[in-house]
Design a protein around this ligand. Structure first.
Ligand code: UD1
Length: 386
């Protein structure tokens, strides 16, 4: 049984399911698979469109949890997930990433004495103030098989005392999706993507943007968007200064849209001539816009990784990262700038002079999902033999 809940899970589960199909197609021991969607993300643009475009089968079970406070989301997911596990009685429960679904379902899985495999184990920001860091710590502590995306993650787990035999370095599963989608996405046309996704109510803005002439932006972390003074200062810098350097294309997360409205910033943002607001966009659209971007500004972990492989110079709007391998000091494309305007200004100017320089870290090769299925099957055989 595998579990997804929120947008960044979908590009991680798609290759896993395809690898199960390949495994079953090769004959031998067959894997029965049940896909559970907790329903944390439920909008078409945040969820259903990814199932369609990434070829993920419809979930066998949808818990339809929706939005709510941390307690409501975590608690309701646990309550709804428990009978599903009892009914299907899987040998393994596979959780991905660091969203609320990952935490809730791994806790219930262990309570019901199921084996848990965690895809994307061992990432650590060291910032316990982030909900995702708590989700990572709890999930990894409970998991029987910790599937790591890079060597640094394995070192983190070893330092925390995780027995070596539980850790498998398999690579970054999201890059499986990127490699599979790269060619198709490259044929997309930037102005058409913008036209199809532009948020209504904006005055006429320039949408025929050539490659290498625009910046691409996403921002949704509570630390950036939930506090009025922080979001206001960021928006002032972006509207008054950053857009003087180049136009910014911004795929807006629902949380951020709500906060801009709540803080009275919405009208100005919407009417700014060089800030082009898009609805949440699909996977291939984002990949294409990233390929053509001169620079990325983001607080998303997944986009930091995609920028690393595509080579897009990236300003990471965070003070820390659980993905240090994406940083320039480790050979990647990104630099941490937090939400401190002085720092962002300095790095923006320096970064605009950098060339596009793609780097694929070890095992970010498009074959991670096959390694994961092999690791789960090998562990199952060991347990049976014991
Ligand atoms: C969640 C994940 C985060 C991930 C992000 C990607 C956790 C703790 N956080 O954060 O790690 O990077 O997803 O998107 O799991 N909303 C909609 N439509 C939707 C989904 C959400 O309008 O389909 C609104 C909700 O009403 C809510 C807000 O967006 O107010 C935030 O949603 P939530 O799922 O709580 O967290 P995210 O910020 O999306």
């Amino acid at each position: 049984m595998s579990v997804v809940g929120a947008r960044p899970n979908f590009m991680k589960i798609a290759p896993f399911i395809q690898a199960i199909d390949r495994h079953n197609g090769a004959g031998g021991e067959q894997i029965d698979h049940v896909l559970v969607h907790t329903g944390q993300h439920y909008d078409d643009r945040m969820s259903a469109s990814f199932f369609e475009s990434l070829g993920i089968p419809a979930p066998d079970v949808n818990l339809e949890i929706g939005s709510g406070s941390h307690g409501v989301q975590l608690g309701q997911t646990m309550m709804a997930f428990e009978p599903v596990v009892v009914e299907h009685d899987p040998d393994w429960i596979v959780v991905v990433g660091d969203v609320n679904a990952t935490l809730s379902c791994s806790v219930i899985a262990k309570r019901l004495k199921k084996k848990v495999a965690h895809i994307e184990a061992g990432l650590r920001s060291g910032d316990i103030g982030m909900p995702e860091e708590i989700n990572r710590l709890v999930t990894d502590r409970l998991s029987d098989l910790l599937l790591t995306p890079d060597r640094i993650s394995g070192e983190n787990l070893a330092r925390e005392g995780v027995p070596e035999e539980r850790i498998r370095f398999v690579g970054n599963i999201m890059i499986d999706t990127l490699e599979k989608s790269r060619e198709g996405a490259a044929s997309g046309i930037v102005s058409e993507i913008i036209r199809a996704n532009v948020i209504g109510g904006q005055p006429k803005k320039e949408i025929s943007l050539a490659d290498n002439t625009y910046g691409l932006m996403t921002m949704h972390r509570p630390s950036n968007v939930d506090h009025r003074p922080i979001l206001t200062a960021l928006m002032r810098f972006l509207m008054d200064e950053a857009t003087q350097r180049l136009p910014l294309v911004w795929a807006l997360h629902p949380r951020t849209r709500k906060q801009l409205q709540a803080f009275g910033l919405w009208d100005e943002v919407l009417s700014h001539p060089r800030l082009l607001l898009l609805e949440p966009i699909g996977y291939h659209a984002m990949l294409r816009l990233n390929m053509g971007a001169k620079i990325m500004l983001t607080d998303s972990g997944g986009l930091q990784e995609e920028c690393c492989v595509l080579g897009t110079p990236c300003l990471t709007l965070r003070f820390n990262t659980e993905r240090p391998i994406t940083l320039r000091e480790h050979g990647g494309a990104s630099v941490l700038v937090g939400n401190d305007v002085e720092h962002i200004r300095r790095e923006l100017d320096a970064t605009l002079n950098l060339p596009n320089r793609p780097v694929s870290p070890e095992y970010w090769d498009g074959k991670t999902a096959d390694r994961i299925v092999a690791a789960i099957m090998a562990t199952t055989r060991q347990v049976v033999a014991a």
